[in-house]
Ligand binder design. Structure first.
Ligand code: NAD
Length: 497
């Protein structure tokens, strides 16, 4: 690995200089009320990229004041008007794709090619929901006894708090902001403190797209709970949508109960990647690389446990290890880099500890297995073979470029092993037997199943999990429903005398 400090490309430097660094409250970029700032760092160098405003609880309440004041008029805007704003947002993000990609690479570490992929995926939520805005249908029917008419209409749920994680800085924001705009909700967005810069650029772009003041307010902060607690206690807030760890999600769910808030929780995952004996191994290896290495494994959908039929385990392991071993590790702005740094030193050390423990428990290292020299927080792409079933690496959300492989011999056993996790977000299955596809989908306890592919995310599909992976769905028609509430209107029989 080349350990020289990467040079920030000139365009990236300009971008940083032009980026708003304040809080967006009621359409204006302002400093934190106490003048505080915090540093955002480049994980490939450990160097500070920018100091930005650090919101206080007073700022959070000011943001909710603005969202609340804007809510009434925003709810009454024509769906077409909201759709056009989203469409312009899609076009502007797409025009500035290279800026968004650079910024994400700098603050998050993912290679540029992956960051470009995230821009396409993230922008798609703006386009998809611009199209859904004008198709938010209700219902009208005659009551069974004929005495009244039943009108069912959907209304915006009200001001929302949107909290996003650091791993997909654009897509996690657009996946929440776009349906909230489509539904006619106003919002306070709190981006992750490790990667808030992309949200600042995105908010600026949405202002340019014509979003009225107060609809989207952005409060980046280094003290998340100081912001979320007063907001969630405030009766004007009507919903929280959170993406992040299960641990924080559980705390927020408890806090949401006090104020009876609508909740959407996209939490942790522990995706099984099942390779049956009839699988096309070329496809399985290709899918395994995509499902494991996207975002350096720092994805809730990342394949976390490889369950491989004993008859093909040796060949799959050798081919997978060879492919991962050939990937170039380096800073994200290096065009040849396929694997960037982890988000911080803590993440790297946790992953190293999991690998060390698995080896102590009997796993063998097929490739990688160790952290790489800095600067930056790099870890070698790793395949662990013969991982014993009781190894804790199979239960933990690894969130790094490490693939533990374990074996099974029957379909029932594979399903049982897959379902043995407390998580239930994404799952991947490789088989060429179509009856098996139906059987597995019916029995596997996961919100999403991908057959013969390592990439399943799509703006038009309902993304979400069961069990400790969360509540609610993002994307698809379901993603819009999360931001609406149902009102029943009883209309008297028009023929009654
Ligand atoms: P995290 O839970 O530490 O943080 C997520 C967000 O919550 C951040 O904005 C953080 O600042 C904020 N936060 C932290 N503590 C808080 C508190 N007490 N009150 C209010 N907000 C608080 O998670 P992370 O490390 O940013 O992200 C990684 C996790 O996110 C992984 O578990 C991953 O699986 C999950 N994730 C899930 C999905 C999904 O769609 N299911 C997508 C991406 C990431």
């Amino acid at each position: 690995m080349d350990t020289a400090t990467p040079v920030i490309p000139e365009r990236a430097q300009q971008l940083l200089e032009q980026l708003p660094t304040g809080l967006l409250i009621d359409g204006r970029w302002v400093d934190a009320s106490d003048g505080g700032t915090f540093a955002v760092e480049d994980p490939s160098t450990g160097q500070t990229l920018l100091e930005i405003a650090d919101a206080t609880s007073n700022d959070a309440i000011a943001a909710l004041d603005a969202a609340d004041a804007a809510q009434g008029a925003w709810a009454l805007t024509a769906p077409r008007e909201r759709a056009e704003i989203l469409r312009r947002g899609f076009e502007l993000v797409t025009e500035r794709a290279e800026d968004f990609a650079l910024l994400m690479t700098m603050e998050m570490g993912k290679p540029l090619a992956e960051a470009r992929g995230e821009v396409t995926y993230g922008a798609e939520f703006l386009r998809w929901f611009s199209e859904e805005t004008v198709r938010d249908y209700g219902r009208y029917l005659t009551s069974p006894e004929g005495k009244s008419r039943i009108l069912v209409q959907r209304k915006p749920v009200g001001p929302c708090l949107l909290i996003t994680p650091w791993n997909f800085p654009l897509a996690m924001a657009t996946r929440k902001v776009a349906p909230a705009i489509a539904a006619g909700c106003t919002m306070v967005l709190k981006p992750a403190n490790l990667t808030p810069l992309t949200s600042l650029l995105f908010a600026q772009v949405m202002q340019e797209a014509g979003l009225p003041k107060g609809v989207l307010n952005v409060v980046a902060t280094s003290t998340a709970s100081e912001i979320s607690t007063p907001l969630m206690q405030d009766r004007r807030l009507r919903k929280i949508s959170f993406t992040g760890s299960t641990q924080v999600g559980q705390r927020l769910l408890a806090a949401a109960s006090e104020n009876v808030l609508r909740t959407s929780m996209e939490l942790g995952g522990n995706a099984p990647f099942i390779v049956f004996e009839d699988a096309d191994l070329d496809k399985a290896v290709q899918g395994a690389v995509a499902a494991k290495m996207r975002n350096m494994g720092e994805a809730c959908t990342a394949a976390n446990r490889f369950l491989v039929h004993a008859s093909v385990a040796e060949e799959f392991t050798a081919r997978f290890a060879e492919t991962l071993g050939a990937l170039k590790v380096g800073g994200g702005t290096d065009p040849d880099s396929a694997v960037g740094p982890l988000i911080d030193g803590k993440a790297r050390d946790n992953i190293h500890a999991l690998v060390t423990e698995a080896v102590e428990q009997g796993a063998t290292v097929a490739v990688g297995g160790n952290p790489l020299d800095g600067p930056g927080y790099f870890f070698a792409p790793t395949v662990l073979a013969k991982v014993p079933r009781e190894a804790s690496i199979l239960d933990a959300e690894i969130f790094g470029p490490v693939a533990p492989i374990t074996t099974f011999t029957t379909e029932e056993e594979a399903i049982r092993m897959a379902n043995s996790s407390e998580y239930g977000l994404a799952s991947y299955v490789f088989t060429t037997d179509y009856s098996r596809m139906v059987r597995v989908a019916e029995q596997i306890e996961f919100g999403m199943v991908g057959y013969n592919t390592g990439v399943i995310s799509n703006a038009a599909a309902p993304f979400g999990g069961v069990k400790q992976s969360g509540l609610g769905r993002e994307g698809g028609a379901e993603g819009l429903a999360e931001y609406t509430t149902t009102q029943y209107v009883c209309i008297p029989d028009p023929y009654a005398r």
